[in-house]
Design a protein around this ligand. Structure first.
Ligand code: ATP
Ligand code: MG
Length: 410
């Protein structure tokens, strides 16, 4: 039992002392059983939301209509949800009506998968009416009840199925898989943001390639509200298994592995409503990838490629060139060569150059024009490759010599 669960006992105890029943539920139970780290502790109780709020000084009614109250105890927040059943699903996505009930088992029944329908009580006893633990141990993902019914109630569960299969390396049980194929079209009722959230969770999981493969195999991805280019991608290289820390890198890797152009990727990322910052960085990495590929295709010598790399450093922001190298150096020999070259450079972006356009304007006493940019680029390459020191004075005297030598337009 992990510390987070032990701390949460304060919450459970308060509910029990007030005469209600209360259990740990959801992901924390599943992950505790597997010996994995847990991130958030969810609690289910027979207490009604108002009763919960009366018991805790700090509480936020985060989802009252669903029975959810967030309470803060000793700086830690917990979601406490009243036992409930759901009926009359509308839009293939949400229940039309929720009804609060007093028994744990009825609450567990509304949950999506057997491994998510387990509860642990204050005495650390497992309540597992649908055999979630045995399914987990046999490595199969099973819905609570008939898969086709459960997916018609809420189409998001199909994406969750594939996400869980990827996170826990599970085989999707046959009737569940068939239901995904049969009812996949209902995914068009799910908001694109939700699709993006599940995709990103898949990319962050231990077996992202498994998730993407299942998505493509099931055809599920071809049914999104807004059509994604991703859906017709072919998984031709697998770089997804590396645990990469940056979200933009993971998205870029996904598109590269599916052989997609940066434009198609950009379109998809917009449809998925990814944040502008994320879109900007990932499409930068993808454009860089295309650029380098063109160079690798046309340039035979290493020296030529290195020269091209300096052009790329001038063209792309520093964070993107760093992420690009980190992503590709382990997969591409020529990029690994570039990474080694890059590491030896003394600066990696124009911003790191010790002089600015204004300095040049002063030194040359010439009106501004395209020559400034060209001159800066020239100086950048000199400094980066180590033939000129990145120091204002040194650059000034170098420039002065150039002017005297009549090379000012270089
Ligand atoms: P994680 O937090 O790692 O994503 P989790 O299982 O805690 O996993 P949540 O989305 O936090 O997932 O949901 C908590 C619990 O609520 C789940 O374990 C499941 O029992 C239930 N649940 C969540 N979404 C659905 C859904 N769409 N249909 C049915 N039950 C759901
Ligand atoms: Mg959770």
């Amino acid at each position: 039992i992990q510390p987070a669960m032990k701390e949460a006992c304060l919450v459970i105890d308060r509910l029990l002392q007030a005469g209600f029943s209360a259990f740990f539920v959801g992901g924390a139970v599943r992950d505790t059983m597997l010996g994995r780290d847990i991130h958030d502790v969810d609690i289910a109780t027979s207490a009604l939301p108002q009763q919960v709020m009366a018991l805790f000084e700090k509480s936020i009614p985060t989802g009252l209509q669903h029975g959810t109250v967030t309470v803060i105890v000793e700086g830690q927040s917990y979601e406490i949800t009243t036992f409930r059943i759901e009926t009359g699903y509308v839009d293939y996505r949400r229940p039309g009506d929720v009804q609060f009930v007093s028994e744990l088992n009825r609450d567990l029944m509304r949950r999506d998968f057997t491994m998510n329908a387990m509860a642990i009580d204050r005495d650390w006893m497992l309540h597992d009416p649908f055999d979630g633990w045995s399914h987990l141990q046999s490595g199969i993902l099973v819905t609570v009840g008939t898969s086709s019914e459960r997916f018609q109630e809420d189409a998001l569960r199909m994406l969750r199925a594939i996400r869980f299969a990827a996170s826990y390396q599970l085989t999707i049980e046959r009737q569940c898989w068939e239901a995904i194929i049969h009812y996949g079209h209902l995914l068009n009722h799910v908001a694109m943001e939700r699709v993006a959230y599940e995709l990103e969770r898949m990319l962050n999981s231990d077996f992202p390639a498994r998730g993407i493969t299942l998505l493509l195999e099931s055809g599920l991805l071809s049914h999104t509200k807004e059509k994604l280019n991703l859906a017709s991608g072919h998984f031709h290289q697998n770089w997804l298994t590396d645990k990469k820390d940056d979200a933009s890198m993971k998205w870029a890797a996904l598109f590269i592995c599916l052989g997609m152009s940066s434009e198609c990727a950009l379109e998809d990322m917009r449809k998925l409503r990814l944040s502008n910052k994320l879109i900007q960085t990932s499409s930068g990495i993808l454009q860089l990838y295309e650029c380098v590929h063109i160079y690798i295709g046309s340039e035979q010598s290493h020296e030529g490629l290195k020269e091209r790399w300096l052009d790329i450093l001038l063209q792309f922001p520093l964070d993107q060139t760093r992420l690009f190298l980190r992503l590709l150096e382990q997969h591409d020999e020529r990029v690994a060569m570039l990474a080694a070259y890059d590491e030896a450079l003394s600066i990696h972006s124009m911003k790191q150059l010790a002089v600015r356009g204004n300095d040049l304007l002063k030194w040359y006493s010439k009106p501004s024009g395209p020559w400034v940019k060209q001159a800066l680029a020239f100086l950048f390459k000199r400094v980066a490759s180590g033939t000129l020191t990145n120091d204002k004075k040194a650059i000034h005297s170098f420039v002065t010599n150039q002017i005297e030598g009549g090379l000012s337009n270089e």
